[in-house]
Design a binder for this molecule. Structure first.
Ligand code: FAD
Length: 447
């Protein structure tokens, strides 16, 4: 079959958009990347500003894209923070954070380096926020209108054959709900708007959620706060730190500042930080019901990428979580690029649809709530290796898998400075286990 070259719009110049653009261009497609911000890097572009509504409930608020806090260091080690053919190796003088779990600035420098070295930065239209993506006419899946607005308010639109959505999934807060939440007198924010610990000086703070952000933020404010109380569905075996207490979820809150936990214990607190995850959000998609987000499940998506009825002309990169994000976005991007060029064939729409339903049944049978549809840990690395197989690549090296499983359980088992006390080399050489660690992972939120 002759190789097909299509005109493709990529929405977002974060990690997923950058790798998607590179793979699409490598495959001979004509690519435009729309980025609403003024630089590449997406969520790794730290922004000290916070939103006007700290819980993110006001739909009219100015949205700040990044959820990074000032002290953030990666929760995955450097060897699994890069792409398969462009590793995140420390480059003295260029990238200057030599730690195995570098700070957020280092990841940004890495992505900037990747965008420059791959030439992808030249494809990006900065300051272009996509406000509408719609089929030009019903039944014409390979004709899309992409409408954008620039910062000075100018609106314009252009036609594309394919649209690749890479707008990120950690911007729109998901809140923990409990009786009395809206009338509780203390201060409440979502972790999306957490930046620095100082506002919590001498305060009693409740953190909801024991995902990486919950645990990190708890430790971040522990140095200044009077007490930190971590409320979560599953109790993690955190090391004993002075001033840090663990609880079951909040049962209800009272106007006078009292918080009652499900186990009957209670405290008076000054602030609540919701580290309860995020919602998929595609405000620009006009889909006439073909793709929906319901209870945080983007549906229907074949292999978390293609809505069967619109494949391969509309695709989503970076939807899965609880995985090695960089590698998954890279494999997905290669797969999309090769399907668009006709080198790899998709099953029929009916076959894709029944595969999606079969996957939903498996999720249900495993007792997972719908909102965990895109969480990959049910089948350890089967998805990633399936993608690799489609692309004619060998399965991911065992050390990557072990390193991933081990590092996601580290915050729960090691001391306060766990990032500086583990030996990355050991994992690289395959001298350490890891898979068994996955059984310890019980976070209620993904970041
Ligand atoms: P993003 O980085 O969010 O990029 C999306 C881009 O799309 C942004 O640049 C945004 O401006 C742009 N955009 C959005 N809407 C529009 C629009 N309408 N028009 C135009 N542009 C638009 N991953 C790891 O591998 N290791 C870690 O240690 C790690 N730590 C994390 C810590 C935190 C606090 C968070 C929030 C995430 C973390 N992640 C980590 C996950 C991280 O999200 C991924 O590594 C990766 O950055 C996702 O990239 P992305 O391109 O999919 O999304």
């Amino acid at each position: 079959m002759a190789k097909r070259s299509v005109k493709a719009a990529v929405i977002g110049a974060g990690m997923s958009g950058l790798i998607a653009a590179r793979e699409l261009r490598r495959e001979g497609h004509r690519v435009v990347v729309f980025e609403k911000g003024s630089e590449v890097g997406g969520t790794w572009v730290y922004d000290p500003r916070v939103e006007s509504d700290p819980l993110g409930l006001d739909p009219g608020r100015e949205v700040i894209h990044s959820s990074m806090y000032k002290s953030l260091r990666t929760n995955l080690p450097r060897p699994i923070m890069g792409f398969l053919d462009y590793p995140c190796d420390a480059k003295p003088g260029v990238w200057d954070d030599p730690r195995p779990f570098p700070g957020h600035k280092e990841v940004l420098r890495f992505l900037q380096g990747f965008a420059a070295d791959s030439g992808v930065v030249e494809l990006v239209r900065f300051g272009h926020e996509v406000v509408r993506v719609e089929q030009v006419a019903e039944g014409r899946n390979d004709e899309w209108v992409v409408e954008w607005r620039t910062r000075d308010g100018e609106a314009s639109a252009e036609a594309f054959e394919a649209v690749v959505v890479c707008n990120g999934k950690y911007t729109e807060p998901r809140l923990a709900e409990f009786p009395g939440r809206s009338t509780w007198r203390g201060e409440q924010i979502h972790s999306h708007n957490y930046r620095i610990p100082e506002p919590y000086k001498d305060k009693i703070v409740v953190i909801i959620g024991n995902g990486p952000s919950g645990i990190d933020i708890a430790k971040d404010i522990l140095h200044v706060a009077k007490e930190v109380h971590l409320a979560s569905r599953e109790t993690t075996k955190l090391e004993i730190l002075e001033g840090l207490f663990q609880h079951s979820p909040i049962n209800h809150a009272k106007e006078d500042g009292k918080i009652v936990f499900q186990d009957g214990s209670s405290i008076y607190a000054d602030a609540i930080i919701h580290c309860s995850g995020y919602k998929y959000h595609f405000p620009f998609l006009r889909m006439n019901g073909i793709v929906n987000v319901e209870d945080n499940c983007v549906a229907p998506l074949y292999q978390h990428v293609f809505p069967p009825a619109l494949a391969p002309w509309l695709s989503f990169i970076g939807v899965p979580y609880r995985t090695i994000a960089f590698v998954v976005s890279e494999l997905q991007s290669r797969w999309v690029a090769k399907i668009l060029s006709g080198k790899i064939l998709l099953p029929s729409e009916e076959e894709m649809t029944s595969s999606v339903h079969e996957y939903y049944h498996r999720i249900e049978a495993a007792g997972w709530p719908k909102r965990h549809t895109h969480r990959l840990q049910l089948e350890k690395f089967d998805y990633e290796n399936w993608l690799a197989g489609e692309l004619g690549l060998t399965p991911l090296e065992k050390w990557r898998q072990n390193m991933y499983f081990t590092s996601v359980s580290l915050p729960m088992t090691l001391g306060e400075n766990w990032r500086d006390t583990w030996d990355a080399e050991k994992w690289m050489k395959g001298e350490a286990g890891g898979e068994e660690e996955s059984d310890k992972i019980n976070c209620t939120s993904e970041c």
